[in-house]
Write a protein of this length. Sequence first.
Length: 202
Amino acid sequence: MNCPYCENEESKVVDSRDAQDGIRRRRECLLCSLRFTTYEKIHSQLLNVVKKDNTKEAFSLEKQNASLSLLYFGYSYCPDICPYDLERNAYVKDIMDEQKIDINLVFITLDPSRDTTERLKDFSEYIHKSMIALTGSNDQIEALKKAYGVFGKSNKVDYQDQSYLVDHSTFSYLDNKKGEVLSYFNRRESPEKISEKIKCFN
């Protein structure tokens, strides 16, 4: 795993423990000494995919044609960060398509109460025609957040508030069919650099 700060590829494991749907490893970069957490053997069967007819069905990475998936956690009402990051990931998908490397472009909502199936269908089609939008119950979303180490918390002030924002982390994760995290990317990574990294796992 690359260090999220200096991008050095060499790190040592300083702690490992079981986490829901995976293993959490605490690593220390051998170059800058930053400590960061990685998650391995993570499965996404917890969620449902939003289909083109606004219905839902159980989602599994193992059932996808592509062997690699680029995952992002966010919400469709996000005013700036999510659209920007997802557009970048969509560009990665286009680069991979041009090079005949098939990947899944996956979006997981952190706001299932507002991100209805119809909303997610329209949002996913706006970002990219092949983007897979996933949703689930609050408990399912929380379990997956915990597994990936994703931060996500709304600033909703009361039950009637529908204009709230959701503060969340902004990493994108590269998974294989087994749900193992192969790498992850911060917001500073360019589409070209992410594409080069993905080709290492193809």
